[in-house]
Write a protein that binds this ligand. Sequence first.
Ligand code: AMP
Length: 372
Amino acid sequence: MSFKKFNFNPKIVAGIQACKYVSPTPIQEQAIPSVLKGCDLMGLAQTGTGKTAAFVLPILQNLLGGPRGTVRALIVAPTRELAEQIHNSIEQMAVRTGLRSIAVYGGVNKLAQIKKIRSGVDIVVACPGRLLDHLGDRTINLSKIEHFVLDEADHMFDMGFLPDIRRILKYLPRQRQTLLFSATMAKEIRQLAEEILINPTTIQINHKKPAETVSHVVFSVEQGRKPVLLRELIDNTDMPATLIFTRTKYKAKKLGQKLEKAGYKATSIQGNLSQSKRQQALDGFRSGKFKILVATDIAARGIDVTGISHVINYDMPDTLEAYTHRIGRTGRASATGQAYNFAGHEDRRMITMIEQLIGRKMARPPLEQKYP
Ligand code: AMP
């Protein structure tokens, strides 16, 4: 499954490439066609599913044709962090479109925001409080909004923002597309959805959880220290069959070679391998000739090897789906499995999301004890 079937404009395709997305996540697969058609949407999905791109990409495509420098899309988010993150994603995805976005939230200079809005923006990503400030001051005009997105509506409700949202709605034209995302469907959210959505398409994405039989461990480690940590783990832990994931093909190949040279029974598979080489590596791993297999997500697709004792995320995945998929290779059919996560500073958010998904904190071995 690729992004091709959505027939995005080449300018949007460039944005997808800039983000290095290869194939759409389930929510993107389901939401993009509806949003492109202009339908309203109720998306029941958590962060980590790829929901930002699910609404940003089709909205950008729909904005491409119209006038520039007029606010035509509004995204409201409950926290500054989320607003900033959505804005950053938009900048990346819109890199070739010439469409401009601004993040609007409190606690920072209002004048700088006003200046940028005056200079012409197409998309506003805002938190409710500061947005209402600007609306009161008439420094933002929402009368030309074509697309309105309410993100994390359940958090909005928890934070007491629903009255603010209702006030903001009064500034929006009736004729518009409205998308509402929420992880849960509390009574209040359902009510709001009924008020603001017209014949919505409803999409529900449930995260599949990793099996309960897997224990998850996180090692705080920066990139440069990963090789040493890996060696220490392998040398000091009983690992009958270990699958190691890297982000790139190149890294998978190099790491496999390095381990092999260092005397470990290791091999790698990556997309560039011929089918027969791939099969050899897999057969060798299955039979126990190789105890370690290094792979990328794409190369590991469809690997069905039972008895994998350890999965090591040498590089953390980008999505929860990918995490569950990787970890699904161990702890199968009630055998126990271990998931070791090598997480740098930039992976903190993903670690928090994984902990939310599995419903518990991961073990964090103290630094002086390098392995569990
Ligand atoms: P979100 O749920 O929008 O916060 O996205 C969670 C993470 O998934 C972000 O780091 C995105 O960059 C990443 N992501 C979104 N879509 C894709 C995709 N199609 N392929 C890979 N990563 C993605």
